[in-house]
Ligand binder design. Structure first.
Ligand SMILES: Cc1ncc(COP(=O)(O)O)c(C=O)c1O
Length: 465
């Protein structure tokens, strides 16, 4: 029995909250009852009870600027009026809420809006498959589709990539900690170096670094003794999210497209975090101007509610009816909220706004970098921004990068939270502080985020000395 369990059983929720203060009470009760695998409440110990736009309020009424945004889900922030209205409309007219994958007018509207957001040539040839409502299930579906269509079994993925926590998706994920206790993950996954300039896998950096990486991939695929069987697919993020907000150079993405196309290898682009405007274009693959064979999407497309899909070239559509099923593939409220979100992003060109706000954040955070020795790199694209926290005392390696300081990154996160700013950490060793504000943030809010961030970095550095 865990500590405190007896007390929790004996006492009513109301009495417990009154004794503890609302937030603290909720946190303690939920920590005692929830799984040890829970994550965010450990580093963001607040109980969220109300939310609007880029703000949330805890159960004690304290306001926070939310740069976690449901891990990049909330394109329009919390409870945007167009989202609330779309949900209300389905409820008020008695529309069905659960429909498996049956035809509905709401689904039709959603697909129409979603295809309208994709580049025309891709959309004209596209098919959509609705998946179980998590990004990881869309990744599973895309890999099964590519394996079925090619008859091959191996898959190429990238170091630092994040594709989810189900067995197949986790196999494609770089992070080792959640894989280590598990035997028997999906076999046949080969990891390739991602163009992470600050810690270049080849120790080269810059354009030379990513060009070496592209050459390596090409040579590997053509080497009859590489040990890598002809792959069913390559899976990549155009901007790595959980891997530490690392944008891939456009030229490298184009090289991956050329190399896979010339060899008949389907390219699956994971847009689960980047999709729908976050990186400054509606879809991240539009910036390098490539056409993927399949795109996996979730998060923002559900307009705050759970929804996931894979959209792919009809030439791959050779799997059998029932090849990837699931009970919850027709969430009508999510489709209504998603359609409203897609429409609102496009109508208001929020991707362009995200690009402008992202530039502002990078500029201001680089000012913080100049003041604080513990900021190794500030990088990002659009509103997917990362600050890599390093040891200011340690000497730089030949490329100028210093050792990661995850403890200091966590301290920055904690100091920011004390000041009313919610941030995420991720990246290698968990030393990248990540900012994923909603696309609707105003300039003043972006300035406030940076001011609070700057204070948090200075406070954390003082405490670390
Ligand atoms: C790029 C990417 N792929 C896949 C996933 C997994 O999505 P989910 O957590 O909904 O399963 C995530 C989640 O953060 C992600 O960022």
């Amino acid at each position: 029995m865990r500590e405190g369990e007896n007390t929790l059983r004996a006492e009513s929720t109301a009495a417990f909250r009154a004794r503890k203060g609302l937030s603290e009470g909720l946190l303690e009760r939920q920590a005692a009852r929830e799984s040890n695998a829970r994550t965010y409440p450990r580093s963001i110990p607040i109980a969220v009870s109300r939310a609007r736009g880029p703000y949330v309020w805890d159960a004690d009424g304290r306001r926070y600027l939310d740069c976690l945004s449901g891990a990049g889900t909330l394109a329009l922030g919390h409870n945007h009026p167009v989202v609330v209205e779309a949900i209300r409309e389905v409820l008020d007219r008695g529309g069905p809420l659960h429909t498996l994958d049956l035809a509905t007018p709401v689904k039709d509207r959603f697909v129409e809006e979603l295809f309208g957001s994709l580049p025309r040539r891709f959309a004209e040839r596209a098919r959509i498959h609705f998946c179980g409502p998590a990004g990881a299930d869309a990744v599973e579906a895309a890999v099964k589709l590519a394996k079925t269509a090619t008859g091959r079994e191996t898959v190429l993925s990238f170091s630092g990539g994040y594709h989810g926590m189900t067995h197949g998706a986790l196999s494609l994920t770089g992070k080792l900690a959640p894989k280590e206790p598990l035997a028997g993950l999906m076999p046949g996954v080969h990891f390739l170096p991602y163009p992470y300039g600050y810690r270049c896998p080849f120790g080269v950096g810059g354009e030379d670094g990513w060009r070496v990486g592209a050459r390596y991939v090409e040579r590997l695929l053509d080497d009859p003794e590489s040990g890598v069987k002809r792959p069913a697919a390559m899976v990549l993020e155009v901007v790595q999210g959980e891997g530490g907000s690392i944008p891939a150079p456009d030229g490298w993405v184009r090289e991956m497209r050329r190399i896979t196309r010339e060899r008949g290898i389907p390219l699956i682009v994971d847009e689960i975090q980047t999709g729908l405007g976050r990186t400054g274009t509606v879809w991240a693959f539009e910036r390098p101007g490539i056409e993927p064979d399949a795109v996996v999407m979730s998060k923002a497309i559900g307009g705050s509610l759970p929804l996931a899909a894979v959209v792919y070239d009809a030439a791959l559509d050779v799997w059998e009816p029932g090849a990837h099923t699931g009970t919850f593939r027709g969430n009508q409220l999510a489709m209504a909220a998603g359609a409203a979100t897609v429409r609102h992003v496009l109508k208001n060109r929020l991707h362009e706004h995200a690009a402008r706000m992202g530039e502002l954040l990078l500029e201001r955070l680089r000012e913080v970098q100049r003041e604080a020795g513990c900021v190794g790199e500030v990088r990002g694209r659009g509103l997917m921004v990362g600050v890599e926290v390093v040891d200011p005392e340690a000497g730089p390696d030949p490329l100028g990068s210093r050792p990661a300081r995850p403890d200091l990154a966590r301290r920055v996160q904690a100091e920011a939270l004390r000041r009313g700013l919610i941030l995420e950490t991720g990246g290698r060793h968990g030393a990248v502080v990540r900012l994923l504000p909603p696309l609707i943030i105003a300039e003043e809010e972006a300035e406030e985020i940076c001011a609070l961030f700057g204070e948090a970095v200075l406070a954390a550095s003082r405490g670390a000395r």
